[in-house]
Design a protein around this ligand. Structure first.
Ligand code: NAD
Ligand code: GLY
Length: 394
């Protein structure tokens, strides 16, 4: 990978690649600024930044005097990283309380949010309270939703500790919980005041979780930046093992692409849908296997290959591009074929139920070429079925 630079698409759209370093005269060259007017914030990407969270938070939310930082996490993350975060916030002058929630997608519920509300109420947290979401995407989504709703909104600092959360869920302001069978059905757009990404936290993360996040990094190359995709072709193993010198760059550049998209379509009314490349089949796969078989990124990787094959069926995607996508995922250790035992019929039924489907045709983001995708394609059932059958034979 070469040096960090403005992407072509960003340049075309006229948006800025403004780093936090540039905006405040400090920080690392990998910091990113997400520009949403009064709701703008810095995404700090720096090794060791966990130990500076107190000072960074004070800079982002104002004087810590008389303010409580509520660190929301889970037992495992607390064990590895809780002490550093607590110490830094305390040193900066915040009163700190900790809430440890049970880990897992099945706890991404209103009940968990209610537990959090109960603590906030018992601790008499007022509008000056700051929620610090320390953990993966589940913690970020739950704590973010509580921050959005308690007392009509508390300041939120996202401190993602999984690769997936670092490159995706902590950035862009989507918060929420699952309801009944509906993934993320209850939620709010609520931007954090700051995102602190410390790549060193990934050392304690199991390799399977790292791989899950890597799928989202590869996704950014596919949807937005062809040179980045080709650079990743050479780096996937180093990134997975955290030996690549380009780890911070890969995280930062992913955040930057997401920031540029969110700046143009914060409320997901058009362009932001491109971030969902691979998600139509990916989500259905997660749901049909009850969130027990695939990590999110693993399912999305399968879904990205499905979307490429569907694009091919429609004459929109070149076979060589599908092959490059399959190759990069296989090199990174993903299984992107669909097992023979997976009932395509079951997947098709789920797709038909999807809220974005129309008359049995499901909505897809499809690829014109690596680096360029377009959202909103309604794909007939027989085309999807043909592509999935091909994916079973991979
Ligand atoms: P996760 O939050 O379940 O975390 C995975 C596991 O990693 C957990 O067991 C957690 O305890 C552990 N963990 C976290 N950090 C660790 C560390 N540093 N060391 C050791 N273990 C650690 O999973 P995830 O993949 O981070 O997030 C998935 C969730 O994110 C899903 O609910 C998905 O819907 C959501 N999501 C949200 C958005 C958004 O824009 N809000 C985007 C993508 C995904
Ligand atoms: N992860 C998709 C989005 O933030 O819109």
């Amino acid at each position: 990978m070469t040096t960090r630079k403005r992407t072509d698409s960003a340049a075309k759209s006229g948006s800025r690649t403004q780093t936090a370093a540039a905006s405040n005269g400090a920080g690392s060259p990998y910091d990113v600024r997400l520009d949403l007017g009064a709701r703008s914030y810095d995404i700090v990407v720096r090794r060791g930044s966990l130990a500076t969270i107190g000072a960074e938070t004070a800079k982002a939310v104002g004087d810590p005097n008389g303010r409580t930082a509520v660190v929301v996490t889970n037992p495992k993350v607390e064990l590895y990283h809780g002490k550093t975060v607590n110490q830094s916030l305390t040193d900066a002058g915040f009163r700190v309380i900790n809430v440890s929630l049970t880990a897992g997608e099945c706890y991404k519920t209103l009940q968990t949010v209610r537990r959090l509300y109960k603590t906030l109420h018992a601790e008499q947290i007022d509008r000056r309270g700051v929620i610090v979401a320390l953990g993966g995407g589940v913690i970020g989504d739950v704590a973010g939703f509580a921050a959005a709703t308690y007392n009509r909104g508390l300041d939120l600092v996202q401190v993602p500790t999984t690769l997936l959360a670092q490159v995706d869920s902590s950035v862009g302001g989507k918060t929420g919980v699952n309801y009944d069978n509906g993934k993320n059905l209850i939620g709010a757009f609520y931007q954090p005041k700051l995102v602190i990404i410390d790549p060193d936290t990934l050392r304690s993360l199991p390799i399977r979780e790292r791989r899950s996040g890597l799928a989202e990094i590869i996704k950014y190359g596919i949807i937005y930046d062809k040179p980045f995709f080709h650079a990743l072709e050479r780096e996937v193993n180093g990134l997975l093992r955290l030996t690549s010198t380009r780890l911070e760059y890969a995280i930062s550049h992913s955040c930057e692409i997401k920031a540029r998209v969110v700046e143009q379509d914060e409320r997901d009314e058009g362009l932001r849908a491109i971030l969902n490349f691979g998600h139509t089949i990916g989500h259905a796969l997660e749901a049909i296997t009850h969130y027990r078989v695939y990590r999110h990124g693993e399912a999305i990787a399968v879904g990205m290959v499905s979307a490429s094959l569907i694009g091919e069926e429609l004459g929109m995607t070149q076979h060589e591009d599908t092959e490059s996508i399959i190759r990069i995922f296989e090199d990174a250790g993903f299984a992107v074929h669909l097992g023979d035992n997976l009932a395509i019929g079951g997947l098709m039924r789920l797709l038909a139920w999807d809220k974005k489907s129309v008359d049995g045709a499901a909505r897809f983001v499809l690829m014109e070429s690596i680096g360029k995708v377009t959202p909103g394609h309604l794909v007939p059932e027989d085309v999807i079925r043909r592509a999935l059958q091909r994916q079973q034979r991979l």
